[in-house]
Design a protein. Structure first.
Length: 91
């Protein structure tokens, strides 16, 4: 499955353009590598590190959906390994 499509279906973004903006932003990694193409393939157990606003997410893909799901359903398609928020920087 394409990385941009997975980000949309898992509800991290609404459009492919927004998915590309996230992927090309600072700190985005797929399995420790910088992503240079939106059509990069992802699979189960791949690890994504990305910034969404001030929050840094580290997630593992656990399901490859064939459609965009509800928010509660989409949350079951990945496991959050780590989450760093802006509050973590300023205790």
């Amino acid at each position: 499955m394409r990385l941009d499509n997975w980000l949309i279906r898992a509800r991290f973004c609404k459009t492919r353009a927004h998915a590309w903006k996230i992927m090309s932003g600072p700190g985005f990694r797929l399995n420790g590598r910088i992503v240079s193409k939106a059509h990069t393939r992802v699979d189960i157990d791949d690890i994504i590190i990305m910034y969404l606003g001030p929050n840094l997410f580290e997630i593992t893909i656990s399901f490859l959906p064939d459609r965009r799901g509800s928010p509660s359903e989409a949350r079951t398609w990945y496991h959050c390994i780590d989450l760093h928020t802006e509050a973590d920087k300023n205790p």
